[in-house]
Design a protein. Structure first.
Length: 258
């Protein structure tokens, strides 16, 4: 982060985050700020720590035996790894969509309203309102509004991924994490997800991991380049892809590294 930046410009900030799986160190002293209502992309070669980093932001790594983390991740002014912080609350406010679409083997309606129902929402009208709002935000309502009781697994891959986005949005998060959300999709479905991300940033802060540098260049406002667990460079996407400060970044962007 630039010292001239106001901390209120950021939804999330990391301070010297390091992470290990057992004895293997995956992340090394990473500090960056994720700006509000912007799309931040994390790029880098396979095994550089991209997915580990994004999963740190909503404590998904907590489920992995032997995982440990040092440093701070500030959500607002709270360290999400603080002793008094409830990880479930963090995951409600920082939603996540995974690489492979993973709808539940239930109806479209049940998928979208799963989280609210777990939290005790039982009123039918309220659940219907949540479902419609979330599906509209995920640009899926027009395609499924007449078949909400159909099994979600009957949807196409791209529709399933947008359904998973709708399911995350039903919890009304501030942040949406997307871990390679288009890697299993065809070009047409990928274009729809990318268009959707541009609309979503009006209401949410987005952080995306992508192995596709062209995608990062197309959709993101800021880009972080990771290599071997370290943050090599972070800044405006236009600058990272045209006039990076570091030679290593230029070599990766141009395909000479990684």
């Amino acid at each position: 982060m630039n010292t001239a930046d106001n901390q209120n410009d950021f939804t999330l900030r990391t301070q010297n985050i390091s992470a290990w799986y057992g004895e293997a160190q995956i992340l090394k002293n990473i500090s960056l700020g994720v700006r509000k209502h912007e799309i931040t992309a994390i790029i880098g070669p396979s095994g550089c720590g991209k997915s580990t980093l994004i999963r740190c932001f909503n404590r998904m790594n907590d489920f992995i035996p032997g995982f440990r983390v040092t440093g701070k991740i500030l959500f607002g002014n709270r360290d999400i790894y603080g002793a008094s912080v409830d990880p479930v609350e963090i995951r409600m406010n920082i939603g996540m969509v995974f690489q492979k679409q993973n709808p539940f083997p239930k109806s479209i309606f049940e998928n979208v309203t799963y989280g609210p129902r777990i939290l005790g929402v039982r009123n039918k009208v309220e659940l219907e309102t949540i479902a419609e709002r979330s599906l509209k935000h995920a640009a899926l309502w027009g395609e499924v509004k007449d078949k909400l009781r159909a099994n979600a697994l009957t949807l196409s891959g791209g529709q399933q991924q947008r359904l998973c986005i709708a399911r995350a949005l039903a919890m009304e998060p501030e942040v949406l994490l997307l871990d390679e959300p288009c890697s299993a999709l065809d070009p047409i479905a990928t274009a729809k997800i990318e268009e959707l991300m541009q609309r979503l940033k009006e209401s949410y802060t987005l952080l995306i991991v992508t192995h596709n540098m062209q995608q990062a260049a197309r959709v993101s406002d800021y880009t972080a380049y990771l290599y071997m667990g370290s943050l090599v460079e972070y800044g405006l996407t236009t600058k990272i892809f045209t006039t990076p400060d570091r030679k290593e970044t230029e070599e990766y962007i141009t395909g000479r590294l990684g």
